[in-house]
Design a protein around this ligand. Structure first.
Ligand SMILES: NC(=O)c1ccc[n+]([C@@H]2O[C@H](COP(=O)([O-])OP(=O)(O)OC[C@H]3O[C@@H](n4cnc5c(N)ncnc54)[C@H](OP(=O)(O)O)[C@@H]3O)[C@@H](O)[C@H]2O)c1
Length: 290
């Protein structure tokens, strides 16, 4: 990877706190190199107390754009000059574009979710689906499903059921989609719900979802080869959930593809160019293995 920076090198990066494990610098820097672009991507650990001054710095230093991660994805919206329609409905941004001092916020997770699921559009259309989780990622999943995939019903399942209920009411209000049923993350009830679902999405942060062996065994009985199981967790790419689903013959989709495609949209917004996603995806798989 290149290590020489020039007078005109354009700066991009990631702000969040804490910034621990991130593949974004790898994805973007290798993409800049593959496309022969004089850009660089760096991680910036910015606590909430410094967020406003950091954004002033983006403008004064001429930083081309940034990705945004926890805990700034929601709060930062208030400091943008403009916010895309998608990001505004979802209620969080993960990408900022600095256009001559005007900061616009976008949510490119939608692109990652769309590209991961697009091959199964017909199957999802008119079917019941389950989404586990009620955080920021679940919001992007629900938005994408309603907007592009038109399921007949969304089962919204979360450890804290009240949060799922709030999310349901939020989307009824924002997108006029009211075919929701909320449930607590409680296995006995989920067997039937998962059994009815064409698509099951894990949008929780539980890497080894579900955590206990008991739950794995119970859920395993409900997966079939007619189902699609999508786990947003990307490290490890093959989670316990996906391994279980694959063992039952279900179609499995990992979070790594979504990660690359959401990055590809940020890349396009900053550079105007297409990311070479296949090459980047393969390089990332190798990078993770080493
Ligand atoms: N592949 C990609 O490109 C991509 C993009 C974005 C996010 N993600 C992944 O998506 C996941 C969720 O991110 P997020 O931003 O939505 O996080 P978040 O806003 O913090 O939400 C976390 C969710 O996980 C649930 N949860 C946390 N610990 C749990 C546990 N022990 N048991 C059951 N549920 C638990 C929470 O339930 P409660 O409401 O009960 O707390 C909540 O629904 C993360 O793993 C993130 O890395 C992947």
């Amino acid at each position: 990877m290149k290590n020489l920076y020039h007078l005109n090198t354009k700066l991009t990066g990631l702000i969040g706190h804490p910034i621990k494990h991130t593949f974004s610098p790898f994805i973007h820097n290798i993409s800049f190199e593959l496309n022969g672009l004089d850009y660089i991507y760096l991680p910036f650990d910015v606590p909430s107390s410094n967020l406003k001054t950091a954004l002033k710095g983006i403008v004064s230093l001429g930083i081309k754009g940034l990705n945004v991660t926890i805990p700034h994805k929601e709060n930062i919206m208030l400091i943008m000059n403009d916010v895309s329609e998608e990001a505004s409905i979802i209620g969080s941004i993960n990408t900022i574009v600095n256009d001559m001092g005007k900061l616009t916020g976008y949510n490119t997770d939608v692109n990652g979710i769309y590209e991961t699921l697009v091959d199964y559009k017909e199957e999802i259309n008119g079917s019941e689906v389950s989404v586990v989780g009620a955080g920021g990622a679940a919001r992007a999943v629900i938005y994408s499903l309603i907007r592009y995939f038109k399921p007949s019903r969304i089962y919204l399942i979360n450890r804290t059921e009240q949060r799922a209920e709030s999310l349901k009411n939020y989307f009824i209000d924002k997108m006029k989609f009211d075919s929701f049923k909320t449930l607590e993350l409680f296995p006995p009830d989920l067997v039937e719900v998962f059994g009815n679902s064409k698509l099951i999405v894990n949008a929780t942060s539980v890497g080894m979802f579900p955590e206990s062996d008991d739950i794995i065994t119970t859920l395993g009985s409900s997966f079939t080869k007619e189902q699609i199981v999508f786990d947003l967790v990307y490290n490890p790419p093959q989670t316990a959930l996906l391994k279980l689903a694959a063992s039952r013959g279900a179609i499995t989709l990992d979070g790594l593809k979504m990660l690359v495609f959401q990055a590809a949209k940020s890349f396009e917004l900053w550079t105007g160019e297409q990311m070479p996603v296949e090459k980047v995806y393969k390089s990332l798989q190798l990078f993770i293995k080493t």
